[in-house]
Design a protein around this ligand. Structure first.
Ligand code: PLP
Length: 374
């Protein structure tokens, strides 16, 4: 195995040193935040300051932070917990944790254009046709392409129709500046392991005053919304990760450099959502004449970790519903890889990626040209 280069930050990010430090301080202690004794009181204090620190870092003063064990759980609960009668709408490019619960709850699907942006006219028409209050779930930034939705315009349309909005901001936190108060969605999902926190801590952030059903019943933890003893070490680490990630927002434009080099090498390479506003760390690149599966394996043999489509939902290579919704050419859809960088990614690592990509492109396309000539 060659040196390891990790370019799959949208799947999960390495634990930050600052996070490891605070987690180790807390980990061994018998902390149950519901206990009355001094250990319990200390746990409660750690839990509440983590909640407060997340709200401060993300400017969420008008919201209540409910901890969950994953972004998937928060998304599933978001779509299931609204008390008022409503009709559910989800975009065609949501993460599987919204797509699958949305399908189960008979959500109607909002189309996107070829750049992966919600078609606002189509959305308005669909909301108008609804017999009940619309409840719309649209992500801020896409995990496969990095495409950023015009969430303020979306919110205006939803609210004009008396509806509710849930926004999955899992991929946006720490990558673009954001304020949950300004976003103004009714519910927001975040997840710790995407930003250098531990796996197993995430949150559904709910506008104060919104009437929602408990997700899980039992001992009444999380203000009765999500029973179950809180994982104090993970939550403390999660809060630290949010603080650090928001403070150290990536300044450079590694993505633009990487994509311009790919375009120099191959004019026929296709970058999904190229014309849209996108996250500064994500590129979804289709290489003509080589499947994503082959590329992922070839990169892995070079010690470079990338993914094809949405790695966190599968572990196997399936066709991307995001690229299908964007109407990307069927042939290229199967050839798209996702490269996602993080704060620790170096210029040398980007160069190593480009070098391998060039070699694979030449190999695939020289033999293709030769085959056509024969
Ligand atoms: N939402 C988005 C946009 C994601 O990218 C992911 C994970 O990839 C999730 C939700 C699910 O988060 P978790 O891995 O914490 O369940």
């Amino acid at each position: 195995m060659k040196q390891s280069i990790y370019l799959d930050y949208n799947a999960t990010a390495p634990l930050l040193d600052e996070v490891k430090e605070v987690m180790l301080e807390v980990m061994g202690a018998p902390y149950n935040a519901s206990s009355v004794h001094s250990f319990g009181r200390k746990a409660k204090q750690l839990l509440e300051s983590a909640r407060q620190n997340i709200a401060t870092a993300l400017d969420a003063g008008g919201y209540q932070v409910i901890f969950t064990a994953s972004g998937t759980e928060a998304n599933n609960q978001a779509l299931s917990c609204l008390n008022e009668p409503h009709e559910l709408f989800i975009s065609a490019v949501e993460h599987d944790s919204i797509m699958k619960i949305g399908n189960k709850l008979h959500a109607r699907v909002l189309p996107v254009d070829e750049n992966g942006i919600i078609d606002l006219n189509a959305m308005e028409k669909l909301l108008l046709s609804s017999q009940k209050k619309p409840f719309v779930s649209i992500m801020l930034a896409n995990n496969e392409t990095g495409v950023i939705q015009p969430i303020h315009e979306i919110a205006q349309i939803v609210f004009k129709h008396g509806g509710f909005l849930h926004c999955d901001i899992v991929q946006a936190v720490g990558k673009i500046p954001l304020s949950i108060n300004n976003l103004n969605a009714d519910m927001v999902t975040i997840s710790g392991h995407k930003l250098g926190g531990p796996v197993g801590a995430a949150a559904l952030i709910i506008k104060k005053g919104l009437q929602v059903k408990p997700f899980q019943v039992g001992g009444g933890q999380e203000s009765g919304y999500r029973a179950g003893t809180e994982n104090i070490a993970a939550i403390v680490g999660f809060a630290k990760a949010v603080e650090v990630a928001v403070k150290n927002m990536p300044a450079g434009r590694k993505r633009d450099y990487l994509e311009s080099r790919i375009k120099e090498i191959a004019k026929d390479a296709v970058i999904a959502g190229e014309k849209a506003k996108r996250l500064p760390n994500t590129s979804n690149i289709a290489m003509p004449n080589m499947t994503a599966e082959t590329q992922v394996i070839a990169f892995d043999l070079e010690g470079i970790a990338i993914s094809s489509g949405s790695a966190c939902s599968s572990g196997k290579v399936a066709e991307s519903h995001v690229l299908s919704a964007m109407n990307v050419d069927q042939g290229l859809r199967n050839n798209a890889i996702r490269v996602s960088t993080g704060a620790q990614t170096t210029e040398e690592e980007i160069e190593a990626f480009i070098k391998t990509w060039e070699r694979l492109y030449k190999k695939a396309n020289d033999s293709h040209i030769n085959k056509e000539a024969a």
